[in-house]
Structures are given as C-alpha cells and as structure tokens.
Design a protein around this ligand. Structure first.
Ligand SMILES: Nc1nc2c(ncn2[C@@H]2O[C@H](COP(=O)(O)OP(=O)(O)O)[C@@H](O)[C@H]2O)c(=O)[nH]1
Ligand SMILES: [Mg+2]
Length: 259
C-alpha cells in the first residue's frame, strides 16, 4: 500500500494469480482518537511499509551485485516513451549486451508483449490498483526471469511521477524520462522523482517544433532539484540522440565489471 496516495497493495503477478499481501499491514484506522490518531497511525504505517521495502530492496541489490547485473529503474508519467526506448535499445544492442526486462503496469501485458517481440525475456507485473512497483514484486519477477551474470535488467515502473519515487527496488540507477509534450516545469512540480534519479532522458525531441517546451529551461529546472543529474536528449521515433544513451549503457556495464 502506498500510504501517501492511499492506493491499495493488491497486485497480481501474470504468471501466478495469487494476491500477495506482502506488507502484512492491516488497515486499522481508528476514529475514536480523532484525526491525530489516524494521522499518527498513517505515518507509522508509511514508515513500516517503507522500512520493509528497504530491507527487500537490499536483498535485490545483493543479487544484482553478486551477478554483476546492471539494474535500471525506468520511471516517468504514462506515455513518455519508456517502452519505446526499451524497444529501440533492445533492437539495437541485443547483439552486444544481454538484457532482461520487468514490465510494471496496472493492467494488461501489452508492454511485456512489445518487449518479447524484440526477442528479449520479459516478465509482466500487474499492480492492479497499485501505482508503483515495490521491491517485493521485483524479487518475485527476478525469481521468474533468472537474469544471468553481466546482463542489464530494465525495470519499467508504473507510469506515475509521484509514488514510484519512494520505493527503492534495489536498482543501481534510476532513470527518469520526460517527454517534450509534458511541459518543462515537470521537474519542479515533481521534485522527488528528479531528486532520486541519476539520469534524466528528454524524449520526443522530434516534436520540439510543435510544442512550447524549452529544453534549456527543463534542464535548468531539473538541476535545481538535483545538480548531479545526467541528461540525454533523444527521439525514439527518429533515433536522434540514442547513440549517447547507448554509449552510456555500455560504459556502465564496463564500469560494473571493473568495480
Ligand atoms: N513523436 C514521438 N512519439 C514517441 C516517441 N517515443 C514514443 N512515442 C510515442 O509515445 C506513445 C507512448 O509511448 P510508450 O513507449 O508506450 O510510453 P510509456 O507509457 O512511457 O511506456 C506511443 O504512441 C509512442 O509511439 C518519440 O520520440 N517521438
Ligand atoms: Mg510502457
């Protein structure tokens, strides 16, 4: 359960239909204490949920470390091009690098199907009403996928610029994608997502002539939140800028091997 937005914890895994009540927390809203009591309980519940998530994220991280896997958590609002970026990357680099993909969405296996069509092993997680992936869901997906040593594991999170920022999945790096149709003010409106990411991709640059998006201002806004962010400007449609992203990916895997 994401306490901040009050979403449900129910989710199903496409390969098994069990509901996991993994956080083990009941909804014990007490009305007798008045609003303060409810507020305190919610704060404690949020602490418990995030604490449990942090422990499980450490387990995932241990697995990635031991196998020398580069795990990247892709976050963005819906429709910014996460799946299309993965399709391009997998198509263009699959001869050079080994990839696995975890797809998160509330419903359907549409994205996992798009990934599988590139010949890459993928697992879909449906979160139902849930608005983010958590470390426990990823742990299950890893057990299914069994990613091999020295591979890259992409985790496409649920399209949402708010809740996924709070949930560490054990990833090496978080990649936030914004598209030019969303407006250059998004970094300052959703600071947590930009604060917790290492990389920021600005996608759909082919549409720049048609929208009032100022790339410099977007970068400036994002740097105000997180001065260490690294930027890539790309268009998945034309392929412009993808080489820089590909070089970065290759460089990351080399650095991981020599670490
Ligand atoms: N014009 C343009 N459209 C794009 C680009 N990248 C993705 N799209 C389109 O944006 C829509 C959403 O893309 P998708 O990959 O499903 O986004 P996701 O929800 O973040 O996974 C699709 O219709 C894509 O074809 C791009 O670089 N330029
Ligand atoms: Mg998608």
């Amino acid at each position: 359960m994401c306490v901040t937005c009050g979403c449900s914890s129910h989710h199903t895994h496409s390969t098994d239909d069990h509901h996991h009540h993994h956080h083990g927390q009941g909804h014990s809203h007490s009305h007798s204490n008045g609003n303060h009591g409810v507020q305190d309980k919610l704060i404690n519940l949020e602490k418990d949920v995030l604490h449990e998530n942090a422990l499980l994220a450490q387990r995932n991280r241990g697995y990635f470390d031991a196998k020398n896997i580069l795990a990247l958590n892709l976050v963005s609002s819906p429709g910014s091009g996460k799946t299309m970026l993965l399709e391009c990357t997998l198509r263009d680099l699959k001869e050079e690098l080994s990839f696995y993909v975890i797809e998160g969405d509330q419903q359907t296996s549409l994205d996992a199907d798009r990934i599988k069509a590139t010949g890459t092993k993928a697992v879909q997680i449906n979160t139902g009403k849930g608005c983010h992936l958590d470390a426990h869901m990823v742990l299950h997906a890893i057990q299914d996928l069994k990613p091999e040593e020295n591979s890259i594991l992409f985790i496409e999170n649920v399209g949402n610029l708010v809740c996924p920022s709070m949930f560490d999945l054990g990833e090496n790096q978080r990649v936030v994608i914004m598209s030019v149709t969303e407006g250059d003010d998004k970094p300052i409106k959703y600071p947590d997502m930009f604060h917790t990411s290492e990389v920021c991709i600005i996608n759909k640059t082919d549409l720049l002539p048609y929208v009032p998006f100022d790339v410099d201002r977007a970068i400036e806004n994002a740097k105000k939140i997180n001065p260490k962010l690294q930027f890539f400007q790309i268009s998945c449609t034309t392929g412009e800028g993808l080489d820089g992203w590909y070089d970065w990916l290759k460089q990351q895997t080399t650095e991981l091997k020599s670490a």
